[in-house]
Design a protein around this ligand. Structure first.
Ligand SMILES: [Mg+2]
Length: 209
């Protein structure tokens, strides 16, 4: 039987949790880390903030220079851990063969589970819906015959989502650069999705679809 691996990753995890907790933050450029005048780095940036070139691990001062109007909050690791535990529990309802990668992502071996959950695509839809219903945030799911390709497939769906998210970008450059309408700056894929830079190389033609 062909292996079927899913890679599930929560979208902009910390900031999404904050946006669920405080609906006034929804659709806003939110930066989790600390106040912009403090030393330290960005722990997470909402997609709306990434449009301005803000990304995790960037000094807070740099982030506030890029977009001073962004909403800076300290964040609360306990809240994120609670959400992460719920997330992993949901995945284990779908398959016991789980390999967490970080706090907000995991591989799931779902080989042979079609009989339980329908097609792979339907199963991915159910997983995303459960996460949305129980935690309130969006997830991206990639499906493939290997972990590496499943992760690339997941990043692909994130990139497509980002493209649809708002009119702040005017397309995708040849080298996976997005041009931000707000700033005129070109953002690389890894500026928007730092996870794309964790040892994975993206060769994904669908980015230009
Ligand atoms: Mg994530």
């Amino acid at each position: 039987m062909a292996r079927r691996i899913m890679h599930i990753d929560l979208d902009a995890f910390f900031t999404s949790v904050e946006q669920v907790d405080n609906p006034r933050l929804k659709g806003k450029p939110v930066v989790v880390g600390d106040q912009p005048d403090r030393r330290g780095v960005v722990a997470a940036a909402s997609y709306e903030a990434r449009v301005f070139g803000i990304h995790s691990a960037m000094p807070l001062k740099t982030a506030s220079r890029l977009y001073p109007q962004a909403i800076f909050i300290e964040g609360n690791i306990k809240k994120y851990l609670d959400a992460a535990l719920k997330f992993m529990a949901i995945l284990m309802d779908f398959s016991p063969f789980i390999e967490p990668v970080g706090i907000d992502e995991a591989f799931l071996d779902v080989t042979g589970f079609e009989s339980l959950h329908g097609s792979m695509r339907q199963m991915a839809g159910k997983i995303r819906q459960r996460i949305k219903d129980d935690i309130g945030i969006n997830a991206s799911v990639g499906i493939a015959g290997s972990k590496l390709v499943a992760k690339v497939d997941m990043l692909d769906s994130k990139a497509a989502k980002f493209e649809r998210l708002n009119s702040a970008i005017d397309g995708i450059g040849k080298k996976y650069g997005f041009t931000s309408i707000q700033t005129g700056r070109t953002l690389r894929l890894k500026d928007i999705f730092p996870e794309s830079d964790r040892g994975y190389t993206l060769h994904t033609p669908s980015l230009s679809r």
